[in-house]
Design a protein around this ligand. Structure first.
Ligand code: V55
Ligand code: FE
Length: 489
């Protein structure tokens, strides 16, 4: 019998194999290291690792997205690597812990909750650990962030920027300008469940929320990520929509529409939301993660995204009656180019990379032209199924370095049964060195057995393989996003 069954979790995709709930908080010092950790890698690799604390009382294919947030830290010291993981002490986790069982029902549907959950903040803070202005925030797009002590991983409470935040939500994907240090963010469904309100948020380099402006989206859509350039902000909208009546009837939060237009809202970064121009994109497409965006010398914006022809999550396609199999999604790294100043501005798409996700760029190139980037994809030469896990049920096993100047890609493939979680990029102090990628690698060693290593790879020489591997002390569920906080941060 699998661990998940013994703990009362159903033997469903969200709770088996790599997704088996672990529900363990721990701190372990002096982890075993093979190879040599580069001197550049001194600091903390924070990770969001969702893990459901209590078995569900409703059937919900989307439950993997509402697993309780856990924050993991892997600390690289002078001569010691340590790790710790703790639940984010959300109001939801506290209420369920006090009750001793789950109180919250389906993913993003409060109408499916038990009566005792009424009035308790539903967010699970499970998506990205954001490090900015000396604060660590655990984010989830359906609510406000939680602040966590970076040293103890103790939760310090919900964070509203000292009372300044009006939006009910805050994105999991912020963008930080490498020159000004400003953090740009937004919230969608900002004025309530299924609302079309988007809150545009600017946080200065000292961590003050200095700007919050609200505007309306063309429709209420799942806005997971966005992009900035040096002078513009882009609000991409793909047709995965929410509907209050459906939620009230106990239905799913999201339904995808193949026949609905996508949009990009384009706004001068220091402008006003009244200046937003909406450019129409192709129908039915979907993207969770944007790689980058920038203005070229002629002022044309290039917006690079991990795009597909429908929503990449099988449970959302299923709820939408869309019968497209995962390999038939036409995934690609798409570049949408447009002139934001042209009266008849239109989007032109070019395909600049393979299917995949988890795009990574050097933080120093955010919103700027860039020479290289990394992403995860599937090894086309694998002779068998990928490792089962995560919301898609298939883990990536090929790490790519893309040369945006036209050179050949580099690749690092894993053997069958192994898979990558999203890397973080660690800059190098050596002139001309492209830095390092630090990432969790999962190895399946039996039908329900996994071991995990944290790998460090030369970001400019993937083929050389890991320069160091840290053995993790316990089983882990799949990570969502991570963040690198250097020792000097
Ligand atoms: C994603 C993840 C989420 C979520 C919405 O990776 C989208 C996409 C872990 O939570 O709530
Ligand atoms: Fe994400």
């Amino acid at each position: 019998m699998a661990d998940s069954e013994t703990a009362g979790f159903p033997a469903e995709p969200n709770y088996i194999g790599l997704n088996t709930p672990q529900r363990a908080e721990y701190a372990v010092d002096n982890l075993a290291v093979t190879g040599t950790i580069p001197a550049d890698v001194r600091g903390t690799f924070f990770r969001a690792v969702p893990d459901p604390a209590f078995p569900p009382f409703v059937s919900d294919a989307g439950a993997i997205l509402s697993a309780d947030g856990m924050v993991s830290a892997i600390r690289f010291g002078q001569d010691n690597v340590s790790t710790a993981i703790r639940y984010v002490g959300t109001a939801r986790h506290q209420a369920e812990t006090a009750a001793g069982h789950a109180l919250f029902g389906k993913y993003r549907n409060p109408y499916t909750d038990r009566a005792e959950a009424a009035g308790v903040d539903r967010t699970v803070a499970n998506t990205t650990p954001v490090w900015h202005a000396g604060k660590l925030l655990l984010t989830k797009e359906d609510g406000r962030p939680y602040r966590v002590d970076p040293a103890t991983l103790e939760t310090l409470g919900q964070y509203d920027f000292g009372g300044a935040l009006r939006s009910e939500t805050f994105t999991a994907h912020v963008r930080i300008d490498p020159v000004t240090g400003e953090m740009f963010a937004f919230g969608y469904e900002a004025s309530g469940l299924a609302s079309t309100t988007i809150a545009w948020l600017v946080i200065d380099a000292a961590g003050n929320l200095v700007r919050e402006q609200w505007f309306d989206a063309p429709y209420c859509a799942m806005m997971h990520d966005f992009a900035i350039t040096e002078h513009y902000v882009l609000f991409p909208i793909y047709p995965t929509t929410a509907d209050l009546a459906r939620l009230q009837a106990g239905g799913d939060h999201w339904v995808h529409h193949q026949d609905l237009d996508s949009w990009v809202g384009v706004m001068p970064r220091d402008g006003d939301v009244a200046e937003i121009r909406w450019l129409r994109g192709p129908k039915g497409v979907s993207c969770y993660h944007m790689m980058n965006a920038f203005e070229d010398a002629a002022g044309v914006i290039h917006f690079d995204q991990c795009l597909s022809d429908s929503n990449a999550f099988p449970f959302i396609r299923e709820a939408s009656g869309i019968d497209i199999a995962q390999p038939d999604l036409n995934g690609r790294l798409a570049r949408w180019s447009f002139d934001p100043r042209a009266a008849d501005a239109a989007i032109h798409e070019t395909v600049i990379g393979p299917p995949g996700d988890f795009p990574v760029i050097p933080a120093s190139r955010q919103g700027r032209a860039y020479d290289h980037a990394w992403m995860l994809t599937m090894n086309p030469e694998r002779r068998g199924p990928p490792v089962f896990g995560g919301p898609v049920g298939a883990m990536f096993d090929l790490l790519l370095r893309l040369d945006m100047t036209g050179g050949p890609p580099q690749a690092l493939a894993l053997p069958m049964g192994s898979c990558f979680n999203e890397p973080v990029h660690v800059p190098s102090t050596t002139e001309g060195h492209q830095g390092w990628l630090v990432m969790m690698v999962d190895h399946q060693t039996g039908p329900d057995a996994f071991v995990h290593e944290c790998w460090i790879v030369d970001a400019g020489n993937l083929a050389a393989g890991p320069v160091a591997k840290v053995t993790m002390p316990h089983r882990q569920r799949p990570q969502v996003h991570g963040w690198w906080a250097g020792a000097s941060a």
